[in-house]
Design a protein around this ligand. Structure first.
Ligand SMILES: C[S@@+](CC[C@H](N)C(=O)[O-])C[C@H]1O[C@@H](n2cnc3c(N)ncnc32)[C@H](O)[C@@H]1O
Length: 340
């Protein structure tokens, strides 16, 4: 009976140790988010519930780490629950976990530039159209789950923009998830999704919709945005930048966006960091059995950029720091809003 109790408390303490360590690693992001948050909208609050929870837990963590009373309480609690042997076992477990994490992080911080399956196409990457359609659906689900589409619509741009757009160009619209959401929000707006992948365009056009007006989807032959200058109010570009082959091409695309849009550009993409990569590898990837999602999901994080890198692209594309904002969103997204 005592052994069962020890095993249970060891397990409990192991989980608590992992959770504590995760918070240590999450702290920079939590604090970053906490600083950049504005408190004025209920919707935004709903969007940020995970951040509030993490912030609360980080306060507990600070209490334990930075006050004598907190430390005393934590030690008392651990000894009470565990006893000495489980404490030793779980400390060893925690050390092993940290060493393992550090070892994985060492490699995952570097930018990886091999091609994603969806960019390679079905023949080179050996996937079926059913697998492709499933992965496009999963991209939409992940965006929904992480509230990234909602963030694009509310926090970073439209809720805060001082105008209602008459036309929006969704560059790299994929399966059209964002284009349809934009149409829900702006039923009278002319929304066009453009894509270099014809299968994505066909898939987007077939999506069920409830609005009278629907987005128009168009295949483009060239990836370098050859739309006419000043032809739309707003450009959105979600999860596309990390697909672009070279940094010069990214800078050129950003520059072209500034020519084609009249009022604003909203770009969203992932933040490259080791922790996100590891989280995707060990937590998200096992949830999907689609080979493209498994491969491209982690690679998307690894092909993405840091805030400093995004800033450098914007500067090289000719934007001044007072023209744009870069907002970090849970979990590890950037929404870049450029006002023209
Ligand atoms: C990960 S999907 C994102 C789709 C969609 N924007 C979303 O957020 O759900 C990226 C898409 O960008 C497209 N793409 C990549 N480079 C592009 C470019 N230069 N111009 C237009 N589309 C591009 C790809 O074909 C792919 O369908």
């Amino acid at each position: 009976m005592q052994i069962v109790g020890h095993i249970c408390s060891t397990l409990l303490y192991s989980v608590a140790s992992v959770a504590l360590l995760s918070f240590v690693f999450m702290m920079p992001y939590v604090l970053n988010e906490y600083r950049s948050k504005s408190h004025d909208a209920f919707k935004q609050f709903m969007n940020e519930v995970p951040v509030y929870v993490l912030t609360m837990l980080s306060v507990i963590k600070r209490w334990v780490l930075h006050t004598k009373r907190g430390k005393a309480f934590a030690i008392y609690f651990l000894l009470l629950v565990n006893g000495f042997v489980p404490l030793l076992v779980t400390t060893l477990f925690a050390i092993t976990f940290v060493v393992y994490l550090a070892w994985e992080l060492r490699d995952t911080r570097k930018r990886k530039i091999c091609e994603e399956y969806i960019d390679m196409g079905p023949i080179k990457a050996d996937y079926t159209m059913a697998e492709y359609h499933e992965t496009m659906t999963q991209i939409g689900q992940v965006s929904e789950l992480t509230a990234s589409q909602f963030s694009i619509l509310s926090h970073a741009g439209f809720g805060g923009l001082p105008f209602v757009p008459n036309s929006i160009l969704d560059v790299g619209c994929g399966a059209g998830w964002l284009s349809y959401k934009l149409q829900d929000r702006y039923p009278d707006c002319d929304i066009t999704g453009i894509e270099i992948n014809d299968e994505a365009i066909k898939f987007a056009a077939k999506q069920a919709h409830k609005n009278k007006k629907t987005p128009t989807f168009r295949l483009i032959e060239h990836p370098d945005l050859r739309e006419p200058d000043k032809s739309v109010d707003v450009i959105t570009c979600s999860l596309v930048v990390h697909h672009i082959p070279t940094e010069e091409d990214i800078i050129e695309l950003l520059r072209r966006c500034g020519k084609v849009a009249r009022k604003a550009i909203i770009i969203s993409d992932l933040e490259r960091n080791g922790l996100s990569t590891i989280m995707f590898r060990h937590v998200m990837a096992p949830l999907f059995n689609n080979k493209i999602t498994k491969h491209d999901g982690e690679l998307s994080v690894r092909r993405s950029f840091t805030e400093t890198e995004y800033k450098s692209f914007l500067t090289k594309a000719g934007y001044k720091p007072n023209q744009y904002t870069i907002n970090w969103r849970p979990v590890n997204w950037f929404i870049i809003t450029i006002l023209l």
